[in-house]
Design a protein around this ligand. Structure first.
Ligand code: ADP
Ligand code: MG
Length: 721
């Protein structure tokens, strides 16, 4: 019976009779299941703790654990695990069976509150940036009651935070929860200026997950894809995305079957996947859910990524989350649509009907702009990684400079407010007012301009879209910085308004005066033009925006005094935590490049060069034989061959030498002890060598006999039929 129930859930096949309403969330211990499996009192106490962010007692934990176990077993689970997001960027789980000795030689299945609430995974091999030395290797994982438990396969997964013995965070969730608390507090204080009944402000996230699919058999024949998630070589295919025929195109049926399977699995897990479509590059696609509270949305994104990998394999695909799996075509991002809303139903980045609503709207939007301006270098650092470095600044993605696209509608409002003396907010029209007037058509066109992809951070009508986030990233990294920076800014704003009021100013005049001040002070962050242009790079530098392009140097932004102050005042991360996390960032950067460099060296020397030499010999053989046969007359007809021989020999020679240089550069870098300097050495000396090697291998691909080329080519990898 259990096996049957389990099978049905593990192998979701769309049956025409079952609608999402029937199976949505069936693998989640959500309110409905809690109500069913918990005594009424315990249920109420738990809901109260979740809603009001209260700790739960040991007795309550025992009751909840018991209900959770019964529910999990009814749904085929045999194991449980604390599920957390260590600084590696993925998720971690260690499964334990429910079984305990029954004292009679058999076993019973049990689960206690103690095991639910806290565990001590042997965490010495998770990155910790030196916070714990291996002698005190223990870390704690502790239940995050705000994110419901779920069943994956036959394992009950309990979302947890992961912290060191001494209380420092070793994961993404801990600082995310702290950042969400701080933005709740700061935004609530400001929102109360407009509605005194507000109790909480919630941060919302709607991510858009881009990815590539490749056929499993071709993937297996590419050691670079297997080892690094991207192709380290490969000449452009004659046709790729230039016809723009893939974006929103018809989805190949094999891919559609995968998508449907995935959607059903996601819906069972309570992940509200809503949108699916082809992306710009061949074989590139996107999934997006209905937005949710940020912590839950982030857990759902992490869960989606693991479910996607698994589901793809069932369909003989591999999913590539890498930001730039293929050179020359678009890379993948994970746009983070973000907003704030009150428990009274107001969305704080949506213009309203009344002047007061609009003052609230402008207040929050302008404070976000100020926060993004103050911490633009830090926000960039929050989305930077060895893999996203390939995407940012490349031609299809946002540049490596953070600016805000406001759109002409909002820009006009801001410009007007800058110069107007009065708080004339009735000028701010809502969309519906526009649609009634003659301005309708130009305004609709204006709205559409925000579809351009050149801005890393765009205002899109009722939310901000942080587009620079990479497709492999844990969204928490960006969400921690954004929410914390906005919390700091709102707290400052509140303090300044209060100071004005203490000086006798009327509330709304005080708010308006501060808003105007912010618009003027933070003008430099607004840029609606073409982010790809060289003029913008020069202009951004003039405006004092951070223009650093080296990933390991960007991470320095976390340790700037203003960042340390911001993280400290919001209680999100301590200096010790920041330093440790940066160690991890540099270490991860180095390791990623190190692995790529090894794989590339191996492929160059053992796969590509032998084949190039073989083909070169064939050509040489041909020329020699032609000469034997035709004497001097041969030179005339074999000049093409001679040219090819020279080219192959030339490229091969550069490859051989550059691989040797790259190995030497790695050895030199490996001797550096300081993680930051080591990462910079990898960036400055190893990466350029890799680029040179790739360039020459791609040239060889065009010269060498297709029959003997050892790797599947782009044209094979990129077109699923
Ligand atoms: P786009 O047209 O930008 O590609 P998509 O439909 O692909 O838009 O995705 C937009 C995402 O933004 C969805 O996840 C959606 O739920 C989310 N979203 C919409 N409104 C908000 C909001 N107010 N706050 C946060 N996310 C939002
Ligand atoms: Mg989209």
């Amino acid at each position: 019976m259990v096996a049957e129930a389990f099978d049905r859930k593990a192998t979701p096949v769309a049956t025409p009779k079952e609608r999402p309403e029937q199976y949505y969330g069936e693998l989640v211990f959500d309110n409905r299941r809690m109500f069913e499996y918990l005594p009424k009192k315990a249920y109420e106490a738990l809901i109260d703790a979740i809603e009001n962010k209260l700790p739960i007692s040991r007795e309550l934990a025992d009751v909840v654990a018991d209900g959770m176990r019964r529910w999990a077993i009814d749904n085929g689970a045999r194991h449980y695990t604390h599920w957390f997001a260590p600084l590696t960027g993925g998720t971690a789980e260690k499964h334990d069976a429910f079984i305990e000795h029954d004292g009679k030689g058999g076993v019973v299945e049990e689960f206690s509150g103690k095991l639910l609430v806290q565990q001590e995974p042997d965490a010495s091999s998770f990155p910790n940036g030196g916070i714990r030395n291996t002698f005190e290797a223990r870390g704690y994982s502790a239940w995050d009651i705000s994110s419901p438990a779920f069943i994956l396969g036959e394992t009950l997964c309990i979302p947890t935070i992961f912290i060191s013995y001494t209380g420092e965070s070793l994961d993404y969730k801990t600082p995310l929860l702290r950042a969400l608390n701080s933005v709740d507090k700061a935004a609530t204080a400001v929102a109360r200026y407009f509605d005194p009944e507000v109790k909480h402000v919630t941060s919302y996230l709607g991510w858009e997950q881009e990815y590539f699919l490749v056929d499993e058999s071709l993937y297996s024949a590419r050691p670079d894809l297997v080892m690094t998630g991207r192709t380290l070589m490969g000449h452009e295919s004659a046709k790729n995305q230039q016809l723009e025929d893939h974006y929103f195109g018809a989805i190949p049926s094999r891919v559609e079957a995968f998508m449907l399977d995935l959607e059903i699995r996601c819906h069972r897990l309570g992940i509200p996947i809503k949108t699916r479509h082809n992306e710009v590059a061949p074989n590139q696609f996107e999934f997006a859910p209905i937005f949710e509270e940020t912590n839950l949305a982030n857990d759902h994104n992490l869960l989606l990524m693991s479910v996607m990998s698994e589901t793809a394999r069932r369909h003989n695909f591999r999913v590539l989350f890498h930001e730039k799996p293929f050179a020359g075509i678009n890379g993948s991002g994970k746009h983070n649509n973000w907003s704030l809303g009150t428990d009274r139903g107001a969305m704080l980045f949506s213009p309203g009907r009344t002047p007061m609503d609009n003052l609230q709207f402008i207040t929050f939007v302008v404070n976000v702009m100020a926060a993004v301006h103050r911490h633009n270098a830090l926000l960039k650092a929050s989305i930077m990684s060895a893999t996203n470095a390939h995407r940012l600044g490349a031609n299809e993605a946002p540049p490596a400079i953070i600016s805000i696209f406001a759109g002409s509608q909002l820009s006009n409002i801001l410009e007007t407010l800058k110069t107007s003396k009065e708080a004339d907010l009735s000028k701010i029209k809502t969309k519906s007012e526009y649609s009634l007037g003659l301005a309708q058509i130009p305004e609709i066109l204006i709205d559409n301009t925000d579809r351009n992809r050149t801005s890393p951070f765009a205002f899109t009508g009722n939310r901000f879209e942080f587009r620079a986030v990479g497709s492999t990233a844990n969204c928490a990294s960006a969400m921690i910085v954004l929410n914390a920076a906005v919390a700091e800014q709102l707290a400052d704003f509140h303090a300044r308004v209060e100071a004005r009021r203490a000086g006798g100013e009327e509330l709304h005049q005080a708010i308006f005066a501060e808003v105007r001040q912010l618009i003027i002070e933070h003008d430099a962050i607004r840029f609606d033009g073409n982010g790809y242009s060289d003029e913008w790079k020069a202009e951004a530098a003039r405006r004092g925006l951070d223009c650093e392009t080296s990933a390991p140097v960007m991470f320095d932004a976390y340790l700037r005094p203003e960042s340390i102050k911001m993280f400290d005042s919001t209680g999100v991360l301590s200096k010790v935590e920041l330093e440790a996390r940066n160690e991890v960032k540099w270490e991860m950067y180095t390791k990623k490049i190190q692995i790529e460099a090894r794989v590339l060296g191996d492929l160059a020397l053992n796969h590509i060069l032998p084949v190039a030499t073989r083909y070169q010999s064939t050509l040489v053989d041909n020329v020699v034989k032609l000469r034997q046969l035709l004497g001097d007359r041969a030179d005339k007809i074999s000049s093409g061959d001679l040219e090819a021989i020279e080219k192959i020999a030339g490229h091969s020679d550069v490859i051989r030498h550059t691989v040797a240089e790259m190995v030497a550069a790695r050895k030199r870098a490996n001797c550096i002890h300081d993680e930051r300097s080591k990462a910079i050495a990898y960036h400055d000396t190893v990466v350029p060598a890799m680029e040179t090697i790739r360039y020459h291998i791609d040239k060889l691909e065009l010269l060498v006999d297709n029959e003997i080329w050892p790797l599947p080519k782009y044209r094979e990898l990129l077109f699923i039929r």
